[in-house]
Design a protein around this ligand. Structure first.
Ligand code: AMP
Ligand code: GLY
Length: 426
């Protein structure tokens, strides 16, 4: 398992629960992952180093968590070495690494998405902003860990973000604004066949009520009771399968997980973005409910045999994941602070703790990143799952720690609704 975060800890946990998985190793991991499996302190973005480690361990499968190793060509190197890998090649990972590329693929595949223009100068950006009008959406056309997007009613702020991206040597994508609730759906693919997981919702802003700057994600829940019946089938038939077919047609088949970020707008479903990896923290909520052993499914995606996998089985329970972040996240997070109460928190019935930015110092767990951990609560209803997650989180102490108190709150009160064509049952 490659990667350092909460998503990786969730995947490690699921692999350890798979009776067919013999041994799990992680690189580099974090304090929580290291408590569960052997870890290796290597540069997970270096294709040669990763290939060397996988050879030494005799790995049957390498699972790539984050986008950086994908963009660096780690999957390509493993494939060249004949080692099965879950995660797309560098060329296929362009679906995430370049928003402009993703837009081209969507246009070729007839996938519904926001109208967009690529801009390389202040004049082009200004013209696009005026064409689409407020609210303005400006995206850095490169990997920015979910933080390169500015959505604002303030034209000057939109222009300033575009200018900053140009000064950094990049281009931007300017888009029409999409209204309506967002959905994250992970779709596994072996390059041909697609297998969807359960939909989740992510909370991107730092503060309650969706206020403050965008983050990597402050919480998530799954499944979504409010989505129209047939949404998953619709995403598979109108988005995932056409994109997977288009990538194969271009000679750059996509094997791994296609993360489809959607808005259910008043005019129907629209793709906001693709990622070439599992989402964080949605994975923490989604995998908590997956009853089918994960290892076999990921191996089938790597080996081109997803068509032989039985339908996935899910727990009927609901999962809520709440992230605990460091003081000053997402700007300059304060790190190196003791995290206390982890053992007590994990003892809460129905809860488990997944580490993200943590490290061990003198045998004690300290914060080592922006997002420190996520507490996952399972329950028979969203309200129950929320109570479990927040009860557990209340036992954890981190000086200056920030978390949202409203993860899945509106959905638990049935306040999330879809209007327009997407609302019609399929
Ligand atoms: P992205 O990096 O493309 O996922 O964008 C990050 C977040 O910005 C998304 O999850 C949305 O909340 C918001 N966003 C992106 N594009 C749009 C859009 N066209 N309209 C409204 N919100 C958007
Ligand atoms: N939770 C958003 C992401 O993983 O990009």
């Amino acid at each position: 398992m490659l990667g350092p975060g909460g998503r990786e800890h969730a995947i490690v946990r699921a692999l350890l629960a798979d009776p067919f998985v013999g041994e799990v190793h992680a690189a580099p991991g974090n304090a929580g992952i290291a408590a569960d499996v052997p870890t290796h302190d290597i540069d997970a973005n270096d294709p040669a180093v990763v290939t060397d480690l996988a050879r030494r361990l005799g790995s049957d499968l390498v699972v790539i968590g984050p986008e950086a190793p994908l963009a660096a060509g780690v999957a390509d190197a493993l494939l060249d070495a004949g080692i099965p890998v879950f995660g797309p090649t560098k060329a296929a990972a362009q679906l995430e690494a370049s928003k402009a590329f993703a837009k081209q693929v969507m246009a070729s595949a007839g996938v519904p998405t926001a109208m967009a223009r690529v801009a390389a100068t202040d004049e082009e950006a200004n013209e696009a902003l005026c064409t689409f009008g407020a609210p303005y959406v400006v995206k850095d056309d490169g990997l920015a860990a979910g933080k390169g997007v500015v959505v604002t009613d303030d034209l000057d702020e939109a222009r300033a973000h575009a200018s900053a991206c140009f000064r950094a040597g990049g281009t931007v994508v300017v888009e029409e604004y999409l209204d309506g609730p967002e959905v994250s759906l992970f779709v596994l693919s072996d390059g041909r066949t697609v297998v969807p997981l359960a939909p989740a919702q992510d909370f991107k802003r730092i503060a309650d009520g969706d206020r403050g700057p965008n983050t990597g994600g402050m919480g998530a829940y799954s499944p979504l009771e409010w989505v129209p019946a047939g949404l998953v089938d619709e995403v598979v038939s109108r988005v995932a399968q056409p994109v997977i077919d288009e990538m194969a047609h271009r000679g750059t088949p996509f094997a791994g997980v296609l993360y489809v970020g959607l808005a259910l707008t008043s005019r129907g479903m629209r793709v906001i973005e693709f990622n070439a990896r599992f989402g964080d923290p949605e994975t923490q909520a989604v995998l908590a409910r997956l009853s089918t052993p994960l290892g076999g499914v990921l191996l089938a995606a790597a080996k081109g045999t997803l068509d032989q996998v039985d339908q996935l089985k899910w727990s009927p329970r609901t999962a809520v994941a709440v992230v605990l972040a460091s003081e000053n996240y997402p700007d300059a997070p304060a790190t190196g602070r003791r995290v206390r109460g982890l053992r007590k928190a994990a003892k809460v019935d129905g809860a488990h703790v997944l580490h993200a930015g943590t490290a061990l110092r003198d045998g004690k767990v300290v914060s080592a990143g922006g997002r420190v951990l996520a507490v996952v609560g399972l329950g028979d209803s969203l309200a129950d799952a929320r109570t479990t997650a927040y009860d557990s989180l209340s036992l954890i102490e981190l000086e200056g720690g920030q978390f949202r108190t409203d993860i899945a709150l509106r959905a638990s009160r049935s306040e999330v609704t879809v209007t327009g064509p997407a609302a019609a049952p399929a």
